[in-house]
Design a binder for this molecule. Structure first.
Ligand code: SF4
Length: 325
């Protein structure tokens, strides 16, 4: 691994990133694979487990999401899980080889109430298991971010989803600027940032690049950048969108890898619709993190089980990564 922090750029232009995204595919993958090798051990893949600790009934209108209360989906609403249940899931994830445990709640924002007190307790207990603890709870204030940090939260997931220009087409109940503010609160509290987006929402190439450019222009790049392919949930406004082309995923991952070389680039939602060869291309393009799960769900859409993932990694000559801290 041959690099210095000074090699990280924060002044990418959209034109530069679009030119990278549009390179001939094999040249793009070759370049991204080179960057990946300079910054990371290319044989290691981080395994993260995601648990929905509160499911459905969300007041937001994200048009890709089956948990929005206003859409008629098959998702079962589930109140905040008991702490013991969450900790038992976290133990199983750790014993299965995960090093990161992410707890997601379908909230618009965190409220300073008893549910937040319970989340704080979950963070403390999961942290005590030696796992990197991550939460995705919606918008946060500065003081809430500080409370989470003091409880031992390692990372906070808050995706940009798409470009600033396309944002209103996908979500009307909050603004792009709201997202940026929460990410700033997380950063200021000393929690690492997990932020990426989704392709397949009907966005243009310019929107994909716009989103990556916002992330890559941050004073400090997000430590994790999830790249999701739309999981088309029945009952949501985007249920009939076309399936994301695998080469679009590979291009997004490769461009994210080149623009944010030190970050973990996570192959996230939509992985179940990819076969092993397609996933191998994503790893070659610089993805080095996946969500895996005992419940075989990524939040509310299907995801491969951890044993299947371990078999796949072994066939590809890859191995689970240890903790990143
Ligand atoms: S993505 Fe999150 S905020 Fe948006 S509707 Fe789904 S649960 Fe709510």
């Amino acid at each position: 691994m041959n690099h210095t922090q000074e090699d990280i750029r924060h002044n990418w232009t959209k034109e530069e990133l679009l030119a990278i995204y549009n390179k001939p595919l094999l040249s793009l993958v070759f370049e991204a694979a080179g960057v990946h090798r300079r910054w990371h051990n290319p044989e290691e893949v981080q395994l993260s487990t995601l648990l929905s600790v509160k499911t459905g009934g969300c007041p937001e209108d994200c048009s890709y999401c089956g948990q929005a209360a206003r859409y008629h989906t098959d998702i079962e609403v589930q109140a905040l899980l008991p702490t013991e249940t969450v900790v038992a899931h976290a133990k199983r994830a750790r014993d299965g080889g995960s090093t990161r445990f992410c707890m997601a709640a379908a909230w618009r924002e965190v409220r300073d109430n008893r549910d937040f007190d319970r989340i704080i307790e979950m963070v403390k207990q999961v942290n005590g298991l030696g796992l990197e603890v991550c939460c995705a709870l919606g918008m946060l204030t500065e003081s809430q971010a500080q409370r989470l940090q003091q409880a031992g939260l390692y990372a906070y997931n808050h995706n940009l989803d798409t470009s600033e220009e396309y944002y209103d087409e996908i979500i009307s109940t909050r603004t792009f600027d709201n997202r940026i503010k929460t990410i700033a609160h997380v950063r200021d509290a000393g929690i690492t940032v997990c932020s990426g987006g989704i392709i397949g929402l009907g966005e243009s190439r310019a929107d994909r690049i716009g989103m990556l450019c916002t992330l890559a222009s941050m004073e400090k790049h997000p430590e994790s950048v999830p790249i999701n392919a739309l999981a088309r949930v029945k009952g949501t406004p985007l249920e009939n969108n076309p399936k994301v082309d695998i080469w679009d995923m590979v291009r997004m991952i490769a461009t994210a890898r080149i623009a944010m070389p030190a970050s973990m680039v996570r192959l996230s939602a939509g992985r179940l619709e990819m076969d092993e060869v397609e996933q191998a291309w994503c790893f070659m393009a610089g993805a080095n993190s996946i969500f895996t799960g005992e419940r075989e769900k990524l939040l509310v859409t299907p995801n491969p089980a951890i044993s299947d993932d371990l078999d796949m990694l072994s066939r590809l000559g890859l191995k689970p990564m240890g903790k990143t801290w």
